[in-house]
Design a protein around this ligand. Structure first.
Ligand code: ADP
Length: 267
């Protein structure tokens, strides 16, 4: 707990006096600490690719000026670092947009299997390059849910991209639809979509922190996969905005399951 102590001299008192007040400013302090941490994290995340870019530019202007093979290799790395910075800025903008819209509930009716299938179609080249195939379950008579189509697309893009990135090559990504009479996390009927991979899984100690901004369970693997550490934070905020829920289960050595559920309400 953080207290702010204010001392005010009182001149009008017959004897000289000081009024001392104590104010609980814990929540203000926590918010400003979070803001400081966020800015420090963003700066760090941007500095890494920028340092690499500056280093390679210097090398290309100096020692590697006439080395065509080195130039091609360095340009390739520079392009990758620039893509990483671009992705980071895109993710930061998405996060800030969904956070600022969190109080506004989406009203349009959406058909989740349509959104999921269009995302799978867009991600097929990435999946093929990683040697991963999709196994999409049946979705008989699922009711529509209220949602923002772009944001729901982003949810499934982030979850399926992660399953491709971390799921290991040669694996299968299982997508399953369920109609829950009552989702205990929402206290109402819900449509659930599960994205499950057959990857290395995630240790239990990380599970509850995965939706924090910039949290990575395996820094090395996430860095080499080009992740920003913001994908699941974005999913969580979009779910909050939709009054939905994200549930993560994982077994090391077997794989991970990310299930989102969205409430089904009357027409
Ligand atoms: P990133 O951009 O790093 O992928 P995310 O917020 O999407 O960030 O994910 C946070 C971390 O959770 C990742 O860095 C990774 O360590 C872990 N993770 C996410 N999805 C999976 C998955 N399907 N299998 C294993 N680990 C995962």
């Amino acid at each position: 707990t953080v207290f702010r102590v204010t001392c005010t001299p009182i001149d009008s008192a017959p004897v000289s006096a000081v009024l001392t007040s104590l104010e609980d400013v814990t929540s203000i302090e926590t918010a400003s600490q979070m803001r400081r941490d966020f800015v420090a994290n963003v700066s760090h995340e941007l500095r890494t690719p920028l340092t690499a870019l500056v280093g390679f530019i210097e090398t290309l202007r100096g020692p590697a000026r006439d080395d065509a093979a080195a130039r091609d290799r360095f340009l390739e790395i520079m392009a990758r670092e620039a893509v990483r910075m671009n992705r980071l800025v895109d993710d930061l903008l998405s996060l800030s947009r969904v956070e600022s819209e969190e109080r506004v509930r989406p009203t349009e009716l959406q058909t989740l299997p349509e959104i999921v299938e269009s995302v799978c179609l867009s991600l097929r080249p990435l999946a093929e390059a990683a040697g991963v195939v999709f196994d999409i379950g049946l979705a008989p008579n699922l009711p529509q849910v209220r949602g923002d189509a772009d944001q729901l697309r982003q949810v499934f893009t982030n979850l399926i991209e992660n399953a491709i990135k971390y799921g290991g090559s040669g694996g299968v990504i299982h997508i399953q639809y369920d109609l829950l009479a009552r989702d205990p996390n929402l206290g109402s009927a819900a449509v659930a979509v599960t994205v499950a991979d057959e990857g290395p899984g995630i240790d239990t100690i990380h599970l509850h922190r995965l939706t924090e901004r910039f949290y990575r369970a395996d820094d090395h693997r996430a860095q080499s996969a080009g992740g920003t550490g913001l994908g699941l934070a974005i999913v969580k905020h979009i779910m909050n905005r939709h009054r939905g829920h994200l549930k993560i289960d994982s077994t090391v050595g077997k794989g991970s399951r990310f299930r989102i559920s969205l409430p089904v309400r009357g027409k």
